[in-house]
Design a protein around this ligand. Structure first.
Ligand code: NCD
Length: 305
């Protein structure tokens, strides 16, 4: 049985098939409306979420399946002290597939080891967020027509941002991608990720000022400072508005430089940028439903003729 715990769980070929399926779903949605008739998705969310949980639910409903689950640890038996291992054994009796978000790194992996149904990591602490990466890859692919030969700036909280970690791990497998890592010193990507970039001979540089590199970028991936992972509120307050992408900065960028953001946005992208044709973050949220539909089908081994 296959789970999705990190983006590397899918080979490049599997990823390309998944993106092709997601693309077909986006242009022929009705063809897929009954693929999951009678199937159930459980969403086990021990941490807040809007997009990820609802996009999973929307994906399953679009496929004709049903959804069940909980949206906070307080409303599950975790509040009574139940372990993730026990919860997943029970959920395996109720559903055909599940998506789990947990504040602890590795919790979905523990669940997968005890599960009788496919487990999808919907975000584990500051570690990984593979389905956001599928969303990001589909967005880049749809906008640029390929996942090769571009320079991406990742900006904001690169230390705690799990979407950044998963995206880097995935993009290093494609040809000629250059990374520009834009963050305050305190929020640089973890050292193990720099090692990964070095070990794979990937071109990268770390900078602090967004303005300095704006002209070089083909994609700008903005992120929120991850307040919930800070130990100290003062540090958060000091860093939360370090980057604000506004119209003036967008004027420095290439005419076809797309802006992505996993959302939720706080202050890091000014609303005046939303009407810029290069702002792709709401489109990105729509692609999130198509990739999750494709993923559910693939993990359940379902197809349409
Ligand atoms: C992201 C997450 O949960 O890591 N959100 C999402 O799933 N779209 C990004 C974030 O919360 O900043």
């Amino acid at each position: 049985m296959k789970h999705l715990l990190s983006p590397q769980d899918l080979s490049i070929e599997e990823l390309s098939n998944l993106l092709a399926l997601a693309h077909d779903i986006s242009i022929n949605p009705t063809k897929y409306h009954h693929v999951c008739n009678g199937k159930k998705l459980a969403t086990l969310f021990y941490e807040p979420s809007t997009r990820t949980r609802l996009s999973f639910e929307s994906a399953m409903i679009n496929l004709g399946g049903s959804v069940l689950g909980f949206s906070s640890a307080d409303s599950s038996s975790a509040a009574k002290g139940e372990s993730v291992s026990d919860t997943i054994r029970v959920i395996s009796c109720y559903a055909d597939i599940c998506a789990m978000r947990h504040p602890k790194e590795g919790a979905p992996m523990v669940a997968a080891s005890k599960s009788r149904i496919p487990v999808i990591n919907a975000g584990d602490g500051g570690h990984q967020h593979p389905t956001q990466t599928l969303t990001d890859l589909m967005t880049i692919h749809e906008l640029r027509g390929s996942l090769e030969n571009f320079t991406i700036g990742l900006c904001g909280d690169l230390k705690f941002g799990r979407t950044v970690h998963s995206l880097i791990h995935s993009l290093i497998r494609y040809n000629n991608i250059k990374f520009i890592l834009i963050s305050p010193k305190e929020l640089r990507v973890p050292d193990y990720m720099i090692e990964t970039l070095k070990d794979n001979n990937i071109s990268y540089k770390e900078v602090e000022k967004l303005e300095d590199v704006m002209t070089e970028l083909d994609i700008l991936y903005m992120t929120r400072v991850q307040r919930e992972r800070f130990f100290n509120e003062d540090d958060y307050l000091r860093m939360k508005d370090f980057y604000i992408l506004d119209k003036a900065k967008m004027e420095l960028a290439k005419p076809d430089m797309y802006v992505l953001h996993p959302l939720p946005r706080v202050n890091e992208i000014s609303v005046e940028v939303d009407n810029d044709p290069r702002a792709a973050y709401f489109k990105q949220a729509q692609y999130g439903v198509y990739v999750r539909m494709a993923l559910i089908m693939i993990l359940l081994g379902l197809s349409v003729d």
